[in-house]
Design a protein around this ligand. Structure first.
Ligand code: ADP
Length: 496
C-alpha cells in the first residue's frame, strides 16, 4: 500500500512553516520561511498578507520536494495559525486593502476605551462582551482591528456596503488563496477570538456587529475544526483541506487534551495555558478567557485560557541584560549549582502582571538578597518564578472550572529545561508530561484533518501513536513550602 501523509500548514507570527507527518505522527520533513515584521508606528505591528501567502506556498512546495513524495499521496491539509491577526481584502481583485493588523498591535486601545466610555451610563460593555464572547474588549482581538480598517482606509466602508470586501484571520486568508479564491471560511476556534462570535449560539452576533459597526457581509462562513471543507490546488493536484484551528487550540488537541481538566502549557517567550472544560463554556471570575477549543463531529469543546507575559523572556533578560548566561539553555546548569534559591524570590513582572492580578504597572523584583546570594540562587529563583506564575494561572483555572486539573502537558522552547519542568511538577504537586514531538501545534491540526478524512479512525487511533518523551513526578521537599510561602508574602507586597 502506498504510504500517505498529512500536510500541516503552520502560519505563525514570525514565519510560515509546512510540516509533513506520516500516519504515526512522525515528522517527515519541515520547511520554514520568515517574513517581515512591519512596525509603522509605536505600538503598531503589521504583516504583508501577500508575503505570508508567498512564503507559505514556497514552504509547502519545498516540504514536498524535501520529503521526495508525490503530492497525490497527501491525504489532506490542516491549517493552524497565529490567532486574531486581521486581513481585509477586495473579493473582486483578490487584493488586501491594507496590511494584516497583527494580534500584538495596540492601535485600537483607544477605540476600546471610547466604546467603554460611550456606553458607560447605560450598560457595562465588558460584561456584555464577556457574556457573549468569553473575551474582554481589548485591542488584542480582531473586532476593533476590523473597525479600524473600515474607518481609516479610503473607500472601505463603501466597498463593504457593495459586498465587495472579505475579512479573515490568517487561516481564512490562506484558505481563500489555496482554493483559488473560492472559499471564505473559518472555524470556531478562530471565530471565538474576534469579539464578534457568540460562543453560546455558535454564530456571528448581530448586537456585537452593530456595536462595533461591522457589516455581517464581510465575515467568513463557519465550518468545524475537523471537516472536509474543499480542495486546495498544489503542484497540479487537488488535496482536501480538512482541519483548521488557532495555534493554541491546535496544540491543546495535539497534546491529546480531550477531557475536561486536561491542560497544556506552552513555555515560550510567554506561557500560554489552556484547559479543556468540556461541552459547556465556563465563565471566568478571575479574568481568564473563555474560548472554543475545537469543534469535531458536531460537538463543541470549550476551553479556558490564561497567559503569563514573561516566561522564557525572563531567561532572555538574564542572558542579554545581566549577562549571567550566554545561551538560554545554560540557565539549567547555573541553577543546578545551588540546591535551592537561598531565600531569593524573583517576581517576573517585567511588563506588568496579567491574570489573576491584572496590574499593568507592576514592575519586576528580586527580593531576599543577602551577602551569600549567588548567581545560581538567582538562576534558580528565575525558574521558580516562571513555574509559580504558571501555577497561579492553573489554580485560577481550576477554581473557575470547578474541575481538578489532570496531568500537565507541556511544550515550547523552555519546556526542554528539565529542572524547570521538575520545579513545575513539585510546585503543582502533579505530573508534568513532555511529548516526543515538540511540534504539537502542527501535529494537532494534522490530527484534526486526519480524523475528518478517515486517515485516523477515531481518537483512540491518535492516542496510540502519541509518545511521551519524559514524565516528571512531584518530589516532596521542605524547600518547596518555603518557596511558596515567600512567594505569597512577597507578591502581595508589590501588587497594588
Ligand atoms: P516563541 O515561540 O515564543 O518564540 P519558543 O517556544 O521558541 O518561543 O521558546 C523560546 C523561549 O524559551 C525563549 O524566550 C528562551 O529564552 C526560552 N528558552 C529556550 N530554551 C530554554 C531553556 N533550556 N531553559 C529556559 N528557557 C529556555
Amino acid at each position: 500500500m502506498i504510504e500517505k501523509y498529512i500536510l500541516a500548514i503552520d502560519a505563525g507570527t514570525t514565519s510560515s512553516r509546512s510540516i509533513l507527518f506520516d500516519i504515526k505522527g512522525n515528522q517527515i520533513a519541515i520547511s520554514q520561511y520568515e517574513f517581515d515584521q512591519i512596525f509603522p508606528k509605536k505600538g503598531w505591528v503589521e504583516h504583508d498578507p501577500e508575503e505570508i501567502w508567498r512564503t507559505q506556498l514556497k514552504s509547502i512546495k519545498e516540504v514536498i520536494a524535501l520529503a521526495k513524495i508525490n503530492p497525490k499521496n497527501i491525504d489532506s491539509i490542516g491549517i493552524t495559525n497565529q490567532r486574531e491577526t486581521t486581513v481585509i481584502w477586495n473579493k473582486k481583485t483578490g487584493k488586501p486593502i491594507y496590511n494584516a493588523i497583527v494580534w500584538q498591535d495596540k492601535r485600537t486601545a483607544s477605540i476600546c476605551e471610547t466604546i467603554i466610555k460611550e456606553h458607560n451610563s447605560s450598560f457595562c460593555v465588558n460584561t456584555f462582551f464577556q457574556e457573549k464572547t468569553g473575551l474582554i474588549l481589548d485591542s488584542y482581538f480582531s473586532g476593533t482591528k476590523i473597525k479600524w480598517i473600515l474607518d481609516n482606509i479610503p473607500n472601505a466602508r463603501k466597498l463593504a456596503s457593495n459586498n465587495e470586501l472579505a475579512f479573515g484571520t490568517i487561516d481564512t486568508w490562506l484558505i481563500w488563496k489555496l482554493t483559488n479564491e473560492k472559499l471564505h471560511l473559518t472555524d470556531p476556534s478562530n471565530a471565538s477570538r474576534t469579539l464578534l462570535y457568540n460562543i453560546h449560539q455558535l454564530k456571528w452576533d448581530n448586537e456585537l456587529l452593530k456595536l462595533l459597526d461591522i457589516p455581517i457581509s464581510i465575515l467568513p462562513n463557519l465550518c468545524q475544526s475537523s471537516e472536509i471543507i474543499g480542495e486546495a490546488e498544489i503542484l497540479g493536484e487537488k488535496i482536501k483541506i480538512a482541519g483548521i484551528a488557532g495555534d493554541q487550540q491546535a496544540a491543546l488537541f495535539g497534546q491529546l487534551c480531550f477531557n475536561p481538566g486536561d491542560v497544556k502549557n506552552t513555555y515560550g517567550t510567554g506561557c500560554f495555558c489552556i484547559m479543556n472544560t468540556g461541552e459547556k463554556p465556563v465563565k471566568s471570575k478571575n479574568k481568564m478567557l473563555t474560548t472554543i477549543g475545537y469543534q469535531i463531529d458536531g460537538k463543541t469543546i470549550y476551553a479556558i485560557e490564561g497567559s503569563v507575559f514573561v516566561a522564557g523572556a525572563l531567561i532572555q533578560w538574564l542572558r542579554d541584560k545581566l549577562g549571567i548566561i550566554k545561551t538560554a539553555s545554560e540557565i539549567e546548569e547555573l541553577a543546578k549549582t545551588e540546591d535551592d534559591s537561598g531565600g531569593v524570590t524573583f517576581i517576573p513582572s517585567l511588563s506588568g502582571l496579567a491574570a489573576p492580578y491584572w496590574d499593568p504597572h507592576a514592575t519586576g523584583n528580586i527580593m531576599g538578597i543577602t551577602r551569600d546570594t549567588t548567581k545560581g540562587h538567582i538562576a534558580r529563583a528565575a525558574l521558580e518564578a516562571i513555574a509559580l506564575r504558571c501555577k497561579e494561572i492553573i489554580i485560577a483555572m481550576e477554581k473557575d472550572s470547578k474541575t481538578k486539573f489532570n496531568n500537565l502537558k507541556v511544550d515550547g522552547g523552555a519546556s526542554n529545561n528539565n529542572l524547570l519542568m521538575q520545579i513545575q511538577s513539585n510546585l503543582l504537586e502533579s505530573n508534568v508530561i513532555r511529548p516526543k514531538t515538540t511540534e504539537t501545534t502542527a501535529l494537532g491540526v494534522a490530527f484534526l484533518a486526519g480524523l475528518a478524512t478517515g486517515f485516523y479512525k477515531d481518537l483512540n487511533a491518535i492516542k496510540n501513536i502519541w509518545e511521551k518523551d519524559k514524565l516528571f513526578k512531584p518530589e516532596k521537599k521542605s524547600s518547596i513550602e518555603t518557596v511558596n510561602k515567600l512567594w505569597n508574602k512577597r507578591i502581595s507586597q508589590i501588587v497594588n
